[in-house]
Design a protein around this ligand. Structure first.
Ligand code: ADP
Ligand code: MG
Length: 569
């Protein structure tokens, strides 16, 4: 293998077995959606991990450093092959980091902590470190802390003491006041560590009863009396990290604080991925400062340090595994993406969201000749497709006025026209809640816009139909208004997601609310994992509120442009 391609941070995959309660749901015969191609068990070179959705024909392949399948009793072999080589380096003054990354329930805590019978990477590492300490006369101390919503808490002290992160004059990061407990035997370690585990924040997310919502960091620091004349003490440390679960908000049904937690978790995981990627690509700037966790780990990821990322997978979760492996592979190397049936090329034809939106509006609100719009004042019939092809993408999102004559109409004479403008007013209402113009529309004009039956589901705007698929009687214009608002919003969001997946970087930059940094992140993210919904933007470190604001800005700009010509009376 070409040395220049070697990852500085190794990224390996561990697939947990199916659990006994998961087997009946798979008709007693579960098959893993994850496998490895061309496996060479003795090699420390690349492996190709293959993911296949058993329910569809979807397949993806990613290259990573090693694969540990569910059939292996693999904690010990992961330790011996991947973690053990890092330990002697600590005694030479080098730092190292091992972290378990993956969705909630994928086996991260099991991998790091293990059970009484099968110790995980943390106790296995501790035991090896202690035996080297005995031989060399070195001292071992442990610290255990968690990073929870970008704050750091000491887990070896009662009372959730918050730890302040400080930079010294040399730019080194210090956790001021963090406890360090000397450990001389594995039983001492078990005692101190298990008390820390109890303090770690857990909450019920609906995916895993005691899901870990914080990043748990165990630090084992060793100091070895120096040899030779200087007699300087040599210090090194190993960080063993059980990362918080990378969450899909829609699946975990998070609300309130859960959502904030979840977006912070996803932000810091994305920041970690960016740091690893920058290190592996020898980029001049490593974005350590983008999250608390990466800032704290700065001295144990870059420089002469070594790191290992264990991507943990649940064999029955295809989508979730794709998310985990794609982020892991993205972190590992810039050119490791092998093949994806969903990979999107930069579009050859410009995306015309305006055309899509308009066609959709027509199909929702009109009962006759939905493909055509009368274009006042000339009265010429304009084919929507022809018109769309001549409207550049920019006209939707730039500050230039729209050239489409349909939008410039101030004429309320025809019913068709009134319907059209009413629908656009509705859109404006949906996207710009505080908009004085809306109040200027006469009630009956608005009411006359909607003659088609509407599925009414005010609380869950992301779906267009009710769960039981029944029509609900909508009696007042406000009911109609609310119902239309919900489905218009979800449709518009989907169009927006499509654009984010397909627009070129330059086109993204023309969208209101997207700057250079976000455009670059979106392009990087979709290379490995196309966006499925706006929530996926949380993976690049945006909060759900920021995502929504970004969408609102883009959508509102549609109407800002229209205001140039359309005066609503
Ligand atoms: P996470 O920390 O990623 O949320 P856990 O480590 O809690 O996930 O694992 C989820 C469940 O799977 C737990 O019940 C755990 O005991 C079980 N599990 C994980 N890995 C294994 C394994 N190798 N063998 C048996 N059970 C496992
Ligand atoms: Mg856990």
């Amino acid at each position: 293998m070409d040395a220049s391609c070697t990852s500085k941070v190794r990224v390996i995959v561990r697939v947990r077995p199916f659990l006994s309660h998961e087997i009946p749901a798979k008709n007693g015969n579960p098959s893993s959606c994850i496998s490895v191609l061309d496996r060479d068990s003795d090699s420390r070179d690349e492996v190709t991990v293959h993911l296949q959705d058993p329910e569809t024909s979807r397949k993806e392949c990613y290259q990573l450093d090693a694969f540990f399948g569910q059939d292996d009793n693999n904690l010990r072999s992961i330790f011996e092959r991947e973690v053990s080589p890092l330990i002697p380096e600590m005694f030479r003054g080098r730092n190292a980091t091992v972290f378990a990354y993956g969705a909630t329930g994928s086996g991260k805590t099991y991998t790091m902590q293990g059970t009484n019978l099968l110790p995980g990477l943390m106790p296995l590492a501790m035991s090896t470190i202690l035996s080297i300490c005995q031989r060399t006369g070195s001292r071992a101390e442990i610290s255990y802390y968690e990073v929870y919503i970008e704050r750091c808490y000491d887990l070896l002290e009662d009372g959730a003491k918050e730890i302040v992160i400080q930079d010294d004059k040399d730019g080194q990061v210090h956790l001021k006041g963090l406890s360090r407990v000397p450990v001389n035997s594995i039983s001492e370690f078990q005692e101190v560590f298990s008390r820390g585990i109890q303090r770690r924040k857990t909450a019920d997310t609906g995916l895993n009863d005691v899901s870990s919502r914080s990043h748990g960091v165990l630090v084992v620091a060793v100091s070895t009396p120096g040899s030779g004349d200087s007699g300087a003490v040599v210090s090194g440390k190993l960080n063993l990290i059980d990362l918080a679960g990378s969450e899909d908000n829609r699946r975990s049904c998070n609300e309130g604080i859960g959502l904030i937690e979840s977006s912070k978790i996803n932000q810091s995981l994305f920041a970690l991925s960016n740091v690893i990627r920058a290190l592996n690509n020898k980029e001049p700037r490593v974005p350590y400062r983008d999250s608390k966790l990466t800032r704290i780990l700065q001295d144990s990821l870059g420089g002469a340090s070594h790191a290992l990322m264990v991507a943990c997978l649940n064999p029955g979760e295809y989508q979730e595994s794709v998310r985990t492996v794609s982020l892991a592979a993205r972190s590992r190397h810039i050119s490791n993406f092998v093949q994806s049936t969903h990979k999107l090329d930069t579009p050859k034809v410009k995306v015309d969201m305006e055309e899509k939106l308009r066609a959709w509006l027509e199909s929702r609100g009109k009962t006759k000749t939905p493909q055509k719009l009368r274009s006042p004042p000339t009265g010429t019939l304009v084919n929507a497709k022809e018109r769309g092809s001549s409207v550049p993408f920019r006209s939707l999102f730039s500050d230039e006025g729209l050239t489409d004559s349909c939008l410039e109409s101030t004429n309320f004479a025809s019913e068709e026209n009134r319907e059209k403008i009413g629908r656009e007013v509705l859109l404006r209402k949906v996207l710009s809640p505080i908009n004085a113009n809306v109040n200027q529309i006469r009630h009956e004009e608005l009411a006359s816009c909607y003659k088609c039956p509407v599925h009414f589901e005010p609380k869950t705007p992301s779906t267009a139909t009710c769960a039981n698929d029944k029509f609900v009687t909508i009696s007042t214009p406000l009911d109609k208004f609310n119902a239309m608002s919900s489905s218009i919003k979800s449709s518009l969001m989907q169009e927006y997601v499509d654009i984010l997946n397909t627009a070129s970087r330059e086109e993204l930059l023309e969208i209101k609310g997207i700057g250079v940094k976000i455009a670059d992140y979106i392009v990087e993210l979709r290379e490995t994992s196309p966006l499925k919904s706006l929530n996926d933007l949380e993976k690049i470190g945006l909060s759900s509120k920021q995502v929504y604001n970004m969408f609102s800005k883009a959508a509102r700009s549609i109407f800002d442009n229209q205001d140039d010509g359309a005066q609503l009376q």
